[in-house]
Design a protein around this ligand. Structure first.
Ligand code: NAP
Ligand code: NAG
Ligand code: NAG
Ligand code: NAG
Ligand code: NAG
Length: 339
């Protein structure tokens, strides 16, 4: 029996949990927070164009991490799918008492860069798998998950310092085995495009994703709430977005020491398809901004800038967006606290 614990059972966590739960030898439990009452009473209602409408009843629905450690279950995988907000909280702290070093693999399903570091620092001997996804999902009310489209999730063992051919030590081998088992479980649960990557390739996927996120997301907020489509159709913003993406994609290979894969979409291709799509979709940072929530600006903007800077590289377009957006958030929160 494989025991999986989901920490951060929101849109993304609950969606993948509901797929893993379809696998016969897989028991999926969740730690809830604001949705605890609803989930404890009714489980999760999932609605998906691909998998239909179904209920996912977790093996255990836990009100907090302490209940998860008191459960006496030895967790094979602890999946973290909270929003990555290192400026607000160090979520690796939640895992204290849940990770059995040498056994439990930590799986991070979060976008952005540098999300792994707090976990490898706190649990140096634990296996960490790093995952990014392009799924589009939302929790429309507590315990109700609307899967919109896409399922792809890219996963790789987090082995900093390794290149594809340098994984020879025991730790590396364990990480690779755990990655295989987890990917297989997702595939058995119907996520056919769960994809495996090496450490170096997965970091490249992360950088490529932030080319899109770091351009569209902050710009949508700083341009007073523009949609991706409206921004890509405006000539000056089009240039701006292209410039940001090019900056990210030119720095990434220098930081990682490997060339960009040739099959990735180019900035112009990304912008072209954004111009065609008039559906008015808003980037997640804009949704967070509109709801008065903290944005994932450290992992999408701050960390890439700092990681590049450590290598002597500046990212001036990203840096401007970061500085402006961070101060906007600070001012917004100050104004809110005066109310
Ligand atoms: N949604 C998407 O379509 C999408 C697509 C690609 C990537 N992602 C990435 O996936 C990650 C998760 O995003 P999401 O959209 O799933 O966010 P979300 O719906 O806000 O889910 C996060 C969940 O984590 C819970 N949580 C946070 N801190 C917790 C704590 N200390 N203890 C217990 N639970 C805690 C939140 O509970 P509360 O409700 O109490 O805050 C919430 O249920 C992000 O990195 C995001 O960028 C999302
Ligand atoms: C991860 O797992 C997959 C499939 O199960 C495997 O093919 C791949 O080589 C693994 N990745 C690494 C870096 O070990
Ligand atoms: C856009 O400007 C209006 C008017 O100042 C303001 O109320 C609104 O919050 C702004 N939206 C964003 C996303 O900045
Ligand atoms: C455009 O975006 C919307 C919402 O994000 C999505 O539902 C739709 O499939 C997209 N259309 C194309 C052609 O990609
Ligand atoms: C990043 O972009 C993806 C689409 O590629 C989106 O699903 C995700 O929510 C975005 N994340 C943030 C923090 O903007």
């Amino acid at each position: 029996m494989m025991n999986v614990l989901i920490v951060g059972a929101g849109a993304v966590g609950a969606f993948y949990a509901s797929r893993l739960a379809q696998v016969p030898n897989c028991q999926v439990s969740v730690v809830c927070r604001s949705n605890y009452k609803a989930v404890a009473a009714n489980g999760f209602k999932v609605d998906s164009p691909k998998y239909g409408s179904y209920t996912f009843t977790p093996h255990r629905t836990l009100a907090n991490p302490r209940e998860a450690s008191d459960s006496n279950i030895v967790w094979d995988y602890v999946v973290v799918s909270t929003k990555a907000l290192p400026d607000v909280s160090d979520d690796s702290e939640i895992l204290v008492g849940l990770v059995k070093e040498g056994h439990t693999a930590i799986v991070l399903i979060q976008n952005g860069l540098g999300v792994e570091e707090p976990y490898t620092k706190r649990f140096p001997a634990a296996t960490v798998l790093s995952a990014v996804t392009i799924v589009s999902a939302a929790q429309t009310e507590p315990g109700v998950i609307k899967h919109n489209r896409w399922t792809r999730i890219s996963i790789g063992p987090y082995l900093p310092g390794s290149t594809d051919t340098t994984i020879h030590n025991g730790d590396g081998k364990t990480a690779i085995e755990r990655n295989k088992t987890f990917i297989k479980a997702l595939q058995d649960g119907g996520v056919k495009d769960a994809e495996d990557y090496s450490h170096a390739k997965l970091q490249m996927v992360r950088w490529h994703k932030i080319a899109i996120n770091a351009s569209m997301n902050p710009s949508a907020v700083l341009s007073n709430g523009s949609t991706n489509n409206a921004m890509s159709a405006d000539p000056e913003l089009h240039r701006h977005l292209k410039g940001v993406m090019e900056e990210v994609l030119s720095v990434a290979p220098k930081v990682l020491g490997t060339p960009l894969p040739t099959d990735l979409a180019t900035p112009e291709q990304i912008l072209k398809s954004t111009m065609k799509n008039t559906s008015g979709s808003k980037p997640s940072m804009l949704l967070d901004w509109e709801q008065g929530k903290k944005m994932e600006l450290e992992v999408i903007l701050g960390n890439p800038i700092r990681i590049a800077r450590e290598k002597g590289l500046e990212m001036p377009r990203l840096q401007s967006l970061y500085a402006l957006l961070r101060m906007s958030q600070e001012n917004r929160d100050k104004a809110k606290s005066k109310l």
